[in-house]
Design a protein around this ligand. Structure first.
Ligand SMILES: [Zn+2]
Ligand SMILES: [Zn+2]
Length: 304
């Protein structure tokens, strides 16, 4: 495993990609319905992809994907830059910096932003929820300058973001000329939150809603959370709904085997409001009984 991982260590490649993105003079918005992502290899020993794919969505928004060959979960991470603070949502599925240089990658972007703003920008590192494939690299950020790490328990999330009536209130988190709205969505995991960026209209839904197996720990809470997201979507313009993984193939209703390190022809990342409404109606139909149900773009997948 160690020798194989050495093959993945290509820090210069990561830096080259980031540097080349900074050179773009005018940055529009990336079309995420067309965006392809690194998706592993049949033989990971031969994989030549970057360790972390870095996609600049617009001037101050970045989307990162972990290489599937370092961890099959291949989670996505999101970085929002404001005039006073930056927010990184999630730290991926691998702890080691050598095979997963997340701090280096994120800090390069934030440092560039700091220089552009000509001021210190605090980096806040938070999580969509408390599962190991989304906080493994937390330690890389621990004790780093101008960096605040939000702890993982539900109470930590409530206290840090100042929720007063979890899970029924929505709180704003100000980055400086950029407001994020945080929506509690327990059910997949009790500390799950969705993040809505009022600037880009991106809605992050973590592992609660993504093109894949929607593992449900608490059926009743999950249903209520999906209702909450639907209500939110009626009152807010949403450009893309973005979750944390891709597990569905381009063939309707067909997911990749669990643990697969190669996703040939995987579905695109965004889901739609129609998908969300379909999920809400399906959950309503299923009633109180946790039931597995396959849909075109996702699978309802109770854990028990
Ligand atoms: Zn999860
Ligand atoms: Zn996950």
């Amino acid at each position: 495993m160690t020798s194989k991982r050495k093959k993945y260590f290509k820090p210069y490649f990561v830096l080259v990609i980031i540097t080349s993105l900074f050179c773009t003079s005018t940055i529009g918005q990336t079309n995420l319905n067309k965006q392809n992502w690194i998706h592993g290899s049949d033989d990971c020993g031969e994989n030549t992809d970057e360790l972390i794919q870095v996609v600049q969505y617009d001037e101050n928004t970045w989307i990162l994907r972990q290489n599937k060959c370092t961890n099959y979960e291949a989670p996505f991470m999101f970085l929002f830059l404001g005039q006073d603070k930056a927010l990184l949502m999630d730290t991926g599925a691998t702890k080691e910096e050598v095979s997963f240089p997340l701090y280096e990658t994120v800090n390069t972007i934030v440092d560039h932003w700091r220089k552009k703003q000509n001021k210190e920008i605090e980096l806040v590192v938070a999580h969509t929820h408390k599962h190991g494939d989304h906080y493994a690299a937390d330690d890389q950020f621990n004790g780093k300058p101008y960096t605040t790490l939000v702890d993982l328990q539900k109470t930590d999330v409530i206290n840090f973001f100042k929720f007063k009536n979890w899970p029924n209130d929505i709180v704003d988190f100000e980055l400086g000329n950029r407001t994020l709205r945080l929506i509690p969505i327990p059910g997949h995991q009790e500390a799950s939150i969705a993040v809505y960026d009022t600037s880009t209209k991106l809605l992050l839904t973590g592992d609660t809603f993504y093109p894949g197996r929607l593992y449900i720990e608490d059926w009743c809470s999950f249903k209520t959370s999906i209702n909450r997201l639907v209500e939110f979507s009626k009152k807010h313009e949403i450009k893309y709904i973005l979750g944390n993984h891709i597990e569905m193939s381009l063939t309707d209703g067909v997911d990749y085997p669990m643990g697969s390190k190669y996703h040939l022809a995987e579905q695109k990342l965004p889901l739609t409001i129609e998908d969300l409404n379909t999920l809400q109606l399906s959950l309503l139909d299923l009633g109180d009984k946790p039931t597995r149900q396959i849909h075109k773009n996702f699978i309802i997948y109770p854990s028990k």
